[in-house]
Design a protein around this ligand. Structure first.
Ligand code: SF4
Length: 235
C-alpha cells in the first residue's frame, strides 16, 4: 500500500478494538503498511525510543524518525543520538526552535524558570507542529504506567490537535518489559538511566527520579505539551 489507508478504514480498525489486541511489533507493521512514508517516529532518546527504533526499522528500514532539538539536551542524549544514527545507518530529522540567544532577547534569560510553559511551547510544541505537518501518523513512546496523564492512552487513536493518527505501541508495556527488550537486544540507551533518571528531557528541567517525577521537579507542570490536548500556554 503506497497511499495512506483511508481514515474510515483505520477508524473501523480502531473502533473494533483491533489495535489494542496487537503487539507492539504488529501495530508498527500495521501503521507502516497504512501510512509509510507518511509515518514518523518522534524520538526523544528515552529507553522506550530505543525499543521503538529497533522494532520500527526492522519492520520498515526507511521509516522516518525525527527529534526535537531544544539546544539544552544532555551531552549523554546527544551522544546517544550519534550512536543510534551510526548503529542503524539513519539520519534523524531535526526540528528546532529559535536560538537560545534569540529567545533570551525576546523573552528574557532562563525562560525555563520564569515561564516553562512558554519555553516548551517555543522549543518543543511549535517545532513538533512542523515535524508532523505532512505526516499521516506519528509514533510515540508513551506508556500508560508512566503517569496519571498517560493512563488512558490508546495504542492507536486520532490526534485531534495535530489532525493525524497517533500510535503508542508500548502503551501497555511496563518499565520491566522495556528493560527486558533493551537487554535482550543489547540496545544502546541513554547513560543517564543508569544514574537514576527514569525520564530524560532538557538539562534545566530534568532531575533523577522514578517515572516522570524528575521532570519539572518542584513545579506543577508535568507535561511539555507534546501529548496534551490543548497546546501549552504562555501562562
Ligand atoms: S523542558 Fe525546560 S528547557 Fe526544555 S523546552 Fe521545556 S521549559 Fe524549556
Amino acid at each position: 500500500m503506497t497511499m495512506d489507508a483511508s481514515h474510515v478504514e483505520v477508524e473501523r480498525f480502531v473502533a473494533g478494538g483491533e489495535a489494542e489486541r496487537l503487539s507492539a511489533r504488529e501495530l508498527l507493521g500495521y501503521v507502516a503498511e497504512c501510512f509509510h512514508p507518511r509515518l514518523t517516529l518522534a524520538c526523544s532518546f528515552q529507553k522506550e525510543d530505543s525499543v521503538l527504533l529497533d522494532l520500527l526499522l526492522d519492520v520498515q528500514p526507511r521509516a522516518r524518525v525525527f527529534a526535537l532539538d531544544t539546544h539544552v539536551l544532555f551531552p549523554e542524549t546527544y551522544g546517544l543520538w550519534r550512536t543510534i544514527e551510526k548503529r542503524y545507518g539513519i539520519e534523524v530529522e531535526v526540528y528546532e526552535g529559535p536560538s537560545l540567544g534569540r529567545q533570551a532577547a525576546v523573552h528574557g534569560e532562563s525562560l525555563w524558570e520564569s515561564n516553562p510553559n512558554l519555553c516548551c511551547a517555543i522549543r518543543k510544541v511549535e517545532p513538533l507542529g512542523r515535524a508532523l505537518a505532512d505526516a499521516g501518523c506519528w509514533i510515540t513512546g508513551i506508556r500508560r504506567d508512566q503517569s496519571p496523564t498517560r493512563a488512558d492512552a490508546p495504542k492507536l487513536g486520532w490526534d485531534d490537535r495535530h489532525e493525524l493518527w497517533k500510535a503508542s505501541p508500548l502503551a501497555d508495556w511496563s518499565d520491566a518489559d522495556v528493560w527486558a527488550y533493551v537487554n535482550e537486544h543489547d540496545l544502546p540507551v541513554n547513560q543517564l538511566h543508569e544514574r537514576g533518571y527514569a525520564s530524560i528531557g532538557c538539562t534545566h528541567c530534568t532531575r533523577p527520579g522514578e517515572g516522570r517525577e524528575g521532570r519539572w521537579s518542584g513545579m506543577e507542570k508535568t507535561e511539555c505539551g507534546l501529548h496534551t490536548v490543548a497546546p501549552a500556554t504562555a501562562d
